[in-house]
Design a binder for this molecule. Sequence first.
Ligand SMILES: [Zn+2]
Length: 101
Amino acid sequence: MPVYDYRCENCGCFEKMQKITEDALSECPSCGGKVQRLISKNVAIVFKGSGFYATDNQQQLKNKARAVNKERQKDNEALLDGDVKSFVKQSDSSDKKIAEA
Ligand SMILES: [Zn+2]
């Protein structure tokens, strides 16, 4: 589960462990003040199954690696936009495409 960094207008920065699909906190758990979620570096290292199989030959592996990288780049672009929900959606669709490849 990734750890998210938040910044409270009263208490300053704190960390909260949340599922990637959970909504961001809007209120500080200690003072009830307004909080802003900061994009955590932990989210960027989410790693899902490679989609590689032992029976694939070298050329197939290369082609797959290229396809995977192309899809993952889209994931990262969604993530760089700071939109975690889009990232999850994009990531799921990448998984589907990779599985079909
Ligand atoms: Zn607070």
